[in-house]
Design a protein around this ligand. Structure first.
Ligand SMILES: [Zn+2]
Length: 103
């Protein structure tokens, strides 16, 4: 018996609805991306774009936090410097005097 290929049939994609031709009767989606997106829609998993905006939000929040921490750290350093200056007025060693040139 000679090989007879299955006839192509026109199917509409179960996700986006575009018509496509396929020899496989079980094929539901026009493309792999439609398959993945339909899976996301089925399982309630968010689309990649949504999760990316969430990630960007988190990154922005972390940047803000880092800036706040840096400012607080600078303030603390300033306070430390002030107290150090106030407490140690006498025991600051004088810089060594330069030697006078021999003539
Ligand atoms: Zn599709």
């Amino acid at each position: 018996m000679p090989y007879v290929p299955r006839p192509t049939t026109v199917v509409s994609c179960a996700h986006c609805g575009t018509h496509f031709t396929s020899r496989n009767l079980r094929r539901k989606y026009c493309s792999n991306s439609c398959n993945v997106l339909a899976s996301y829609a089925r399982t309630g998993r968010r689309a990649e774009r949504a999760s990316r905006t969430d990630l960007e939000k988190t990154v922005a929040e972390m940047r803000e936090l880092v800036q706040l921490m840096q400012r607080a750290n600078l303030k603390a350093n300033l306070v430390n410097l002030k107290t150090a200056l106030e407490t140690s007025t006498t025991d600051v060693p004088k810089p060594p005097q330069k030697r006078t040139k021999r003539s």
